[in-house]
Design a protein around this ligand. Structure first.
Ligand code: OOG
Ligand code: NI
Length: 432
């Protein structure tokens, strides 16, 4: 057995992401259609991208957890496949009783090998009214979303700092059980409806015996084109693309999705073995296009434009609101060079071939980056944004829960990064 090859975390992450993708395609066939659409669009834009970019792999998925215990185990599972918590997201500002982190590869070489990551939300019961809170906690306390074998393997993987091939295979199989869909709920229809009436997200988190993956997200090179194709194929697409409006030089993140499907679900009947039929809406398919990561300065500008635009849009007629949005973002320069000069985005500087034989004539004197750029001794390449946007996450959440702006509950709360960190049992890294 010990002769078996040892599986490194990157290979394990690869296998994990492929298993997740295959599982989700069988669970949600429409997601398979979405992937095909994205592939077609990407093929058509193929010339625009660096060759090392892995377009065939999903960029992320998302899960919603109920308890600190669940989050703690998930953290250990993800650490084994090279995913670590980066950045804190407070979703209470969008009326959701939750906060989140993104488990993702941290080092550039790890991101290059396989960029898969998981946006992971944790319920904040302290933000609920006492009655639903009591019900949610009662349901969550009796569920167990990890198999005994998975828990054992997590310990083994930690001790060995990885897995031998036969263990890796078991680990992936057992882990998939945690993320798969259960068409039989773990709560009665009555409890389900009580929670759904309070907030649909509560029913999704507390009424099932797994942390079902609720979407996966491939990367597209042209989200406007992909979105148009989704509509043409008859998919029910979210009303707008999240993130900055279309630009020549993409920044941060733009996302859209087909809306969560209504799925047949059975509910157990209390004190009997019978099941009653109902339905549940949670799972969708998303696409995203990533652009340059912004500096603090750049992000400040982005956030200011965004909040001003949203304010103006709120008091305007619906049919002009996209126009207002586009207009507002004209303020953000749409040219790499200006973004570089104004220090708005991050770039990697690389020496060009021309730089090889180059010697500085006056030794010891400084040369500015601008001179090197002008002389074509150095070229700059924008660094891709690898995180999420709170506003986009909130928009994706809300459209899939079919919540309109009007029924947005205002949660009187402060963010609680410390609370999420103590649930995780570790600090959350900061992206920037
Ligand atoms: C997560 C929504 C956020 C994203 O890409 O911003 C997200 C969820 O619906 O659970 O995945
Ligand atoms: Ni997403």
């Amino acid at each position: 057995v010990d002769q078996q090859p040892f599986v490194g975390e990157h290979d394990l992450r690869n296998t994990f992401a492929l298993a997740m993708s295959a599982m989700y395609k069988t669970e949600v066939p429409l997601y398979g259609d979405l992937v095909r659409i994205v592939m077609e669009v990407n093929q058509a834009c193929r010339t625009q991208i660096p060759l090392e970019e892995r377009l065939d792999l999903e960029r992320h998925g998302a899960i919603r957890l109920g308890t600190p215990y669940e989050l703690r185990i998930i953290r250990r599972i993800f650490a084994l496949i090279g995913l670590h918590p980066v950045d804190y997201y407070d979703l209470s500002v969008a009326g959701l009783p939750m906060h989140a982190t993104a488990f993702r590869p941290v080092r550039p070489d790890a991101l290059r090998k396989n960029p898969f990551r998981v946006f992971t939300t944790l319920l904040r019961p302290e933000l609920l009214r006492p009655e639903p809170r009591e019900l949610v906690l009662r349901l969550l306390i009796r569920r167990n979303i990890f198999s005994d074998e998975l828990l054992k393997l997590v310990g083994v993987g930690e001790d060995q700092e990885g897995f031998f091939a036969h263990q890796a295979e078991r680990f992936i199989l057992e882990a998939m059980k945690t993320f798969k869909w259960h068409s039989v709920a773990a709560a009665s229809l009555d409890d389900y409806q009580r929670l759904a009436a309070e907030h649909p997200i509560l029913a999704d988190i507390a009424c099932f015996n797994s942390a079902h993956i609720n979407h996966l997200t491939p990367q597209t090179l042209d989200i406007d084109r992909a979105e148009a194709k989704m509509r043409m194929a008859g998919l029910a697409v979210k009303s707008r693309i999240e993130g900055a409006p279309a630009r020549q030089y993409p920044i941060l993140l733009r996302q859209t999705s087909f809306l969560a499907l209504r799925e047949q679900t059975s509910f157990p009947v209390k004190g009997s073995t019978a099941l009653v039929q109902g339905s549940h809406k949670a799972r969708f398919g998303e696409i995203e296009q990533r652009g340059a990561a912004l500096t603090t300065e750049g992000r400040k500008l982005f956030d200011r434009i965004l909040s001003e635009a949203l304010q103006t849009m709120a008091s305007a007629e619906a049919d002009v609101s996209e126009q207002i949005f586009k207009q507002a973002f004209l303020e953000f320069p749409d040219e790499w060079e200006t973004m570089l000069r104004r220090g708005l985005a991050f770039f990697e500087c690389r020496c060009t071939i021309k730089a090889r034989g180059w010697k500085q004539s006056t030794t010891g004197s400084r040369v500015s980056l601008w001179t090197l750029l002008k002389e074509q001794l150095v070229e700059t390449v924008p660094i891709t944004y690898e995180d999420f946007l709170p506003i986009s996450a909130a928009g994706i959440f809300r459209s899939n829960l079919h919540l309109s702006g009007d029924d947005q509950q205002i949660l009187e709360s402060a963010d609680d990064q410390h609370g999420l960190e103590s649930a995780l049992g570790c600090k959350i890294a900061q992206s920037n």
